[in-house]
Every structure is written in structure tokens, then in C-alpha cells.
Design a protein around this ligand. Structure first.
Ligand code: SF4
Length: 299
């Protein structure tokens, strides 16, 4: 109980220090589910990062899963002219075949391209609550200004990108792909469709409606509960990337599977696929592997 979001708030109200609640702050996977569940509508996702920032001001030793390089200087490259850019992120960005498959399905007359700078280093620094370099943020944002739509795999970047680029449409890969009716037809009633939680919770009201229609249309299962909160494996978190078992991600995947007669798992976030592969013998595919006319299980 002392690790819950409510307990952390109570501890601070009672005079607790950030150091005293450090284990609870470090255990938070920043999935954003507590924000949508909060009856007072408090913006807990930002407060969770704020607590991590405050804790960093006081402590001298960091957990093993903290990013090694907090400067994150990556060349943002030239400004692309494409109207839609895919920001693939760390794990998806390392899988060229999956990125190409996504681009092929998203592409409208060659107007969708892979962003050369996906801001993954910025996401890691934000998640760890470490100080961000304004110059680095400016380079990242400048490289995206010419795009009208950004398809962003890293859900943690959705909220800041909406603030930094207010006129730009920010979508997750799942919404971007499944807005196409011919791709929705590839989902089956026995599919367990795993929504990427961090991006989903930052635009909860709108996306709850989108996924409600998806469930109604395809009959598939999802990782949403009755409050339309997405139960996350946490595999995309820094802790999950460091040690998927120790962060509880496999157990979370088993909890999501429980009671569902699923025949296949379809994940929006590639990080979730590893948690489900370790939790079940069912086939696990990424949405980029849902192909018109054929199903591809290869990477
Ligand atoms: S962000 Fe997720 S892991 Fe962190 S306190 Fe909220 S619900 Fe728990």
C-alpha cells in the first residue's frame, strides 16, 4: 500500500520527505493510469515526474536503470519536408523491417517519413526526472516543425510535444494505423489488443471513444478496465527496459491475459511484446505486422 500514488501523496501531506518515499517514487512506471483514475482530475503524470526531479535534487546515488548519459546530444539532422513523420523510438527504431512496414501502411503518396530525430534521449531524461537541456529540446522541436502530423511511438513524449507544437497533430502508431477501416478488419474477435498506456492516458477522453469503437467493431479484447484505464505491463519504463522480470512486467502481462480467451496478442508498443512472449505461448505480434492481404509474423 505504501507504494500507491495515494500513499505517496498522504506521506507528503504528513511531512514525509522525498528521500523517505524514494522507493515508491522509483517504483512508479509512469504509465499515467493514476491520472485517469483520479476522481479529482489531478494531473498526476506531471506530478510523478516532478517528484522524481525533486528526489534527484537531494540524492547522490541513482538506481541502476537511470540513463547513463543525461546530456542526450544527438544530431537532429536536416529538416524534412514530409507532412507526416514517424518518431519510432528506441526499440521500434532498432527494427528496420517493422519501421518500413509501418511506413508502408501509413504512407499517403510518399508523405510519411521516418524522423531522423525521435527524441528518445529526451524521453529518457524526462522519465528519470533529470534536467533537460533547452538547446537539445529546441533542436528536437525545430526538426519537427514542418510536419503537420507526428506519429509518436514513445507515449511519454505525447504530452510535451502537444505543448511544444500546439498546431501539430500527435498520434500513437495504433490510432494512426487503425483509423484506416481496411486495417481494422485485420483484427479478430479472439485478439487481445494492447493499447500503449502512456500516450493513451494523456488524451484519455478522446481515445477512450476511439478504442470503444474499435472494440465494438472488431469484437477484440483490450487491456482497458471498466474505467477505461489501460492496464500497462510497464515494459516501456526505464525499470522495465533494465530488467523486465524484476520490474513486474511479466506478472502484469499475466494479469492482463487472465480471464480472456485470447488466441493472439497484438501490441502497439514493441516493449510489450517481450513481456507477453515471456508470459504466454500465444502468438504475439506488433501492429506493424498486421498486413493487408497477409499476416506477417516476421520482424
Ligand atoms: S503512473 Fe502508473 S505506476 Fe506510477 S503511480 Fe500512477 S498508476 Fe502507479
Amino acid at each position: 500500500m505504501s507504494f500507491t500514488r495515494k500513499a505517496r501523496a498522504r506521506a507528503m501531506q504528513g511531512g514525509g520527505t522525498y528521500e523517505e518515499i524514494a522507493p515508491a517514487i522509483d517504483s512508479c512506471l509512469l504509465c499515467g493510469a493514476c491520472e485517469t483514475a483520479c476522481p479529482e482530475g489531478i494531473e498526476l503524470a506531471e506530478l510523478n515526474i516532478h517528484q522524481r526531479q525533486e528526489l534527484n535534487r537531494q540524492r547522490t546515488t541513482y538506481p541502476r536503470w537511470y540513463p547513463a548519459d543525461s546530456n542526450g546530444m544527438i544530431d537532429s539532422g536536416r529538416r524534412p519536408d514530409e507532412q507526416t513523420l514517424l518518431l519510432a523510438g528506441g526499440l521500434l527504431g532498432s527494427k528496420q523491417a517493422l519501421c518500413l512496414s509501418l511506413l508502408e501502411q501509413l504512407g499517403t503518396a510518399g508523405k510519411t517519413a521516418l524522423a531522423r530525430d525521435d527524441g528518445q534521449d529526451i524521453a529518457k531524461i524526462m522519465e528519470a526526472g533529470l534536467p533537460l537541456s533547452p538547446e537539445r529540446v529546441e533542436r528536437f522541436v525545430s526538426s519537427l516543425r514542418s510536419a503537420r502530423t507526428l506519429i509518436v511511438a514513445e507515449g511519454l513524449l505525447h504530452r510535451p510535444l502537444r505543448a511544444w507544437l500546439p498546431g501539430t497533430k500527435i498520434l500513437g502508431p495504433g490510432e494512426a494505423l487503425l483509423s484506416d477501416a481496411s486495417l481494422r478488419l485485420l483484427l479478430r474477435p479472439e485478439d487481445l489488443y494492447i493499447i500503449e498506456g502512456r500516450g493513451y492516458h494523456t488524451d484519455h477522453r478522446r481515445l477512450a471513444g476511439f478504442y470503444h469503437r474499435l472494440r465494438h467493431e472488431t469484437g477484440c479484447y483490450t487491456n482497458l478496465d471498466l474505467q477505461r484505464t489501460a492496464f500497462s505491463t510497464g515494459a516501456a519504463s526505464l525499470q522495465g527496459r533494465n530488467n523486465i522480470a524484476a520490474a513486474g512486467c511479466i506478472e502484469n502481462a499475466k494479469r492482463i491475459l487472465k480471464g480472456k480467451k485470447a488466441g493472439r496478442v497484438v501490441v502497439e508498443d514493441l516493449a510489450d511484446s517481450e513481456a507477453f512472449r515471456l508470459a504466454t505461448d500465444l502468438p504475439v505480434i506488433h501492429i506493424a505486422q498486421l498486413r493487408r492481404g497477409k499476416l506477417s509474423y516476421e520482424d
